[in-house]
Design a protein around this ligand. Structure first.
Ligand code: VTB
Ligand code: MG
Ligand code: MG
Length: 331
């Protein structure tokens, strides 16, 4: 049987996989210390500080392409910020240091820390605007669903491809007023809808293994950065995703143009969102369906991280016990 050959540039990427786990682990522990305290900003800031500190330890020449906002509005991890000790490969970095700040502040299920690292120039530089998204898991014919088709047509097409009735399809959507018509249209087909208050990075990732998550399709409007982060994970497991930026004001058009978006109505395919080798890591902050949350014990802190590597299609779940880190928890 032929061995998997490791190209030289992949060696550093293989080594860095575990380093990215450390980045999201440390950010998750920092955010979890604010879990349930009702202070979204403090939880988010703690995650940002920890993620930036750990990123700057990495042997990479990284540029934040998806971050806490554009340069003039985010003090840290802004789009364009350089991260890493510059002694390494040029890479794109995408971060959501605390995905689901409200979920963390209220200790509700599903908040995570998440980041992606990819070959330089391969992640869509997405301004923090809304994005229409549709996503399904692997194993279906290319283009079986379409962002511009009606929810009814997409549900019927996916059901046919899956060999089930439409009322056996389950869709995940953000529970938002902007989705009222879409929710009604999906419900008309008899399909089920899991409504979430926040966290559609995980929401898209759930489509990757419907037998475990019960989710066949993600549908709706969420933030663009979250869409690109989720696309990185789907690149690894072979799902399908289409997306379109919502640039409905001159200001948003201008911001997107400054980030190289030339066609504001472009329908992005998965490979437009994340076109090169990409690693995505996410650690649970509160307990959720994707990951268990951080657990604080007297001398040990427990974390769970999932890390996706598109170059090999590898998904790793890493449960870690942190003893050294726990000493700082006593402060
Ligand atoms: C979306 C979703 C994110 O925030 O951006 C949501 O993509 C915000 O939506 O996962 P609203 O502006 O309608 O509140 C998250 O849920 C968390 O960042
Ligand atoms: Mg965030
Ligand atoms: Mg977010």
């Amino acid at each position: 049987m032929s061995e998997i050959t490791v190209k030289p540039n992949q060696l550093i990427e293989r080594i860095l996989t575990l380093e990215l786990v450390r980045v999201t682990e440390r950010a998750a522990v920092a955010a979890a210390r604010w879990r349930g305290r009702g202070n979204e900003k403090a939880a988010d800031q703690a995650a940002v500080d920890a993620m930036r500190r750990e990123l700057n330890r990495l042997p990479i020449d990284g540029t934040v392409v998806i971050g806490e906002g554009e340069r003039d509005e985010a003090p840290m991890l802004f789009i364009g910020e350089k991260v890493g000790n510059t002694k390494g490969p040029k890479v794109d970095i995408a971060v959501d240091p605390l995905e689901g700040t409200t979920l963390c502040a209220k200790d509700m299920p599903g908040s995570i820390t998440v980041m992606a690292m990819a070959e330089a120039g391969t992640l869509l530089g997405a301004p923090d605007v809304y994005m229409q998204k549709i996503a399904i898991g692997p194993g279906y014919p290319e283009g079986v669903v379409d962002l511009d088709a009606s929810p009814e047509d997409n549900i019927h097409a996916l059901a046919k491809a899956k060999g089930v009735k439409p009322n056996e399809i389950n869709v995940l959507m953000l529970d938002r007023p902007r989705h009222a018509d879409m929710i009604a249209a999906v419900r008309k087909t008899g399909a089920g809808i899991r409504l979430i208050t926040d966290g559609d990075v995980a929401g898209v990732i759930f489509t990757a293994n419907p037998e475990e998550t019960g989710i066949d399709m993600y549908l709706g409007i969420g933030a663009a950065p979250e869409g690109v982060l989720a696309a990185g994970a789907l690149r690894c497991v072979g799902g399908q995703m289409q997306a379109r930026l919502i640039l409905d004001t001159p200001e948003k058009l201008d911001r997107a143009a400054k980030m190289g978006v030339t066609d504001p109505n472009k329908k992005y395919q998965l490979l437009d969102l994340a076109s090169g080798d990409v690693i995505v890591a996410a650690t649970g902050v509160t307990n959720g369906a994707l990951l268990s949350g951080v657990r604080f014990h007297k001398d040990i802190i427990e974390t769970e991280t999932v890390v996706y590597r598109s170059a090999t299609g590898t998904v790793r779940r890493i449960k870690a016990e942190h003893r050294e880190l726990a000493k700082f928890h006593l402060e």
